[in-house]
Design a binder for this molecule. Structure first.
Ligand code: ADP
Length: 609
């Protein structure tokens, strides 16, 4: 756990550089000025003879010689003026230092955010298969904010420690015995209260656990809101939410209880200790009243510092789980980087360089040889000894029942996942890590569940090609049979779509995503059941367009509706993760005992009913 704190402190140092040392220097100055301003007032007043401090006053002959040049009145004015000057200077520097702290903290959190976000985005696909998306939301918002807050408290504590050290030094100079006594009392109290710091960590663990459950819960509920509404599950979800909120409330109250509890102990002990001091000084040691004043002064300045350090320790302890979870994510994303080369310190640069990759010049074929693939945590293979070949510039259809391994096969071909054994060769050369991005940038992909961002249609299209001209965009829309409906929209291509925008039908969304894929001018177009939501008229349009593409672009389609692949040059039939048939559409449909003709007959039967 300490190593995480150490890691983030090192990172802070790396991010901010020399400013951090300026900050410490600033703290030393402020601490000195604060100490001098307050502590020195009484001794200085005694020096000019306002009252007598006996042996515990300050003995600076040069200062008293200097002051005695002036009249009594001017001496007082000089001392008071110096006091105002020091305290005001200290307040001014304090402000500068606070501002510097804020800047350091914000710069640090920005770096952490950027690193975490780009590292997540640059992770390989299998990483996302094992993770809950809401965990990313949770870490990027709540936990990173806690890390930032924790770092700020760490900086505050560093300042507190510097102040305290300076004040202890000054107090020692004024009265070593009394200061030693205060220090011993402080250390004993810290020792007695150390279990509270451990308890704060346990409360912090719960904070992380609850906020994670909260995020996961609400994300899931809003994703499934239609099911909740249509099955009237509102009440059970509200009940869950209420329970969650109460847990979070209890957790915060618990921490406050602990924190205010130790503060109370500190304050009450301070009262006891000071009462004991005064009693001992007056009754046992017969210390003069001015020295007593000094004891009270030292005590009243030092003790709140101890209290603040105790409180800071509890806060930091409660935030350690956030440090841990952010660090864990970092380690996981580092281990799951899609491209291992590049500068590990700057994932952003790797992210931007990925965009600069030239698409691969794909000419001959994709060959899969003896591919085995198993999802993490699964005992059985999702793809088993798969050998297949997809010729360039032709249309290949992948068919099979649901769960046969079609999407897995496509994901492997796109290089989103690596086969456990076997190889994928593009134009006779293995698909290695170095070729991965250039291969993927030559692919246009339309998924089963097409995703559009909450922005205009134009912006959605321009995501793949920021320089696309109006003409190119309309051509892509025309190709995907969406030009007509886009023209009919109230703001045409400027209509906002996506989450909170205009609601499009599944088919319309699919057509737009197809237009977006085409805008990239891909040499391979992958359609993962992309025509499943289209009506037969639009499906016909798309098929005509695909026909036009044949001979220019390699088309790979996963199709449920076998009618959509009539024109495929090649069909690969998968069953339970194995290729059981491979050949031309006509050839396979002519084989009366083959699985493909069985599938065809089943669909024909279903359509006839
Ligand atoms: P299809 O696309 O033909 O419907 P998939 O490729 O999606 O089939 O799935 C093939 C097999 O792999 C199925 O048995 C499925 O349960 C399993 N599978 C798919 N995705 C995952 C995953 N993310 N984790 C574990 N198993 C998976």
């Amino acid at each position: 756990m300490k190593s995480e704190l150490h890691y983030f402190m090192r990172k802070l140092h790396h991010t901010t550089g020399p400013v951090l040392y300026w900050n410490v220097l600033g703290m030393v100055c402020i601490g000195l000025m604060e100490g001098i301003g307050i502590y020195m007032l009484v001794p200085m007043l005694s020096l000019i003879g306002i009252f007598d401090m006996g042996s515990s006053g300050i003995h600076l002959p040069w200062l008293s010689n200097f002051l005695h040049q002036f009249s009594q009145h001017n001496q007082l004015m000089l001392v008071l003026f110096t006091f105002v000057l020091i305290v005001s200077g200290q307040a001014w520097m304090q402000r500068l230092q606070t501002m510097r702290n804020v800047r350091i903290q914000q710069q640090f959190i920005r770096t952490l955010r950027m690193e975490a976000y780009s590292a997540i985005l640059m992770a390989k696909w299998s990483f996302f298969l094992q993770k809950r998306k809401s965990d990313f939301n949770h870490i990027l918002t709540t936990e990173l904010a806690r890390v930032s807050q924790g770092t700020s408290i760490l900086l505050q504590m560093a300042a507190s420690l510097v102040f305290t050290a300076i004040q202890i030094g000054l107090a020692f100079w004024l009265s070593a015995r009394l200061t030693a006594l205060v220090l011993v009392c402080g250390l004993v109290l810290f020792f007695l209260l150390r279990t509270f710091v451990k308890r704060a960590k346990r409360i912090g663990d719960q904070t992380t656990e609850f906020s994670q459950a909260y995020y996961n819960g609400i994300t899931e509920h809003f994703n499934g809101i239609k099911d909740i509404k249509s099955n009237m599950l509102e009440h059970s979800h509200i009940h869950w939410f209420d329970r969650m909120c109460r847990q979070i409330e209890r957790n915060v109250v618990q921490f406050s209880q602990l924190n205010t509890g130790t503060q109370l102990i500190h304050r009450v002990s301070a009262a006891f200790i000071i009462a004991a001091f005064i009693y001992l000084s007056l009754r046992v040691m017969s210390v003069p009243p001015a020295s007593l004043l000094l004891i009270i002064l030292i005590f009243s300045r030092l003790w709140p510092r101890f209290t603040a350090i105790q409180s800071n320790l509890e806060y930091i302890s409660s935030m350690l789980p956030a440090f841990r979870i952010v660090r864990e994510l970092q380690v996981q994303t580092e281990n799951s980087r899609e491209i291992s080369e590049g500068n590990a310190e700057e994932p952003q640069s790797a992210a931007t360089s990925a965009y600069a990759v030239e698409p691969m010049d794909f000419k001959e074929s994709i060959r899969c040889q003896d591919i085995y693939y198993r999802y993490e945590g699964n005992d059985s293979y999702s793809l088993f000894n798969v050998c297949a070949s997809i010729p360039a510039k032709s249309m290949t259809a992948i068919v099979g029942k649901s769960g046969a391994g079609k999407s897995t096969f496509i994901d492997l071909i796109m290089g989103l996942m690596r086969p456990e054994s076997g190889s994928i060769q593009i134009d006779g050369k293995p698909l290695t890590e170095e070729r991965l991005l250039s291969w993927r940038s030559s692919i246009g992909y339309v998924s089963q569940d097409p995703f559009l961002f909450h922005t205009s249609i134009r912006e959605n299209l321009r995501l793949v090609d920021p320089d696309a001209s109006e003409e190119q965009m309309w051509r892509a829309l025309q190709f995907s049979a969406s030009a007509l409906f886009v023209r009919r929209l109230p703001q045409g291509m400027d209509t906002i779509i996506g989450d909170r925008g205009l609601r499009l039908s599944g088919g319309e969304r699919q057509r737009l995503v197809l237009a977006r894929a085409m805008l990239r001018n891909p040499s391979v177009l992958v359609l993962d059941e992309a025509t499943s939501a289209l009506d037969s008229e639009n499906e016909q349009y798309i098929h005509e367009a695909l026909e036009r593409l044949k001979g220019h672009v390699t088309i790979i389609v996963i199709a449920h509706r076998l009618s959509t692949i009539r024109t495929a040059d090649r069909v690969i039939v998968l069953e339970e993760g194995r290729v059981i048939q491979e050949g031309g559409y006509q050839q396979l449909s002519a084989d009366p005992v083959g699985t493909f003709s069985r599938l065809l007959n089943m669909q024909a039967g279903a359509a006839g009913q």
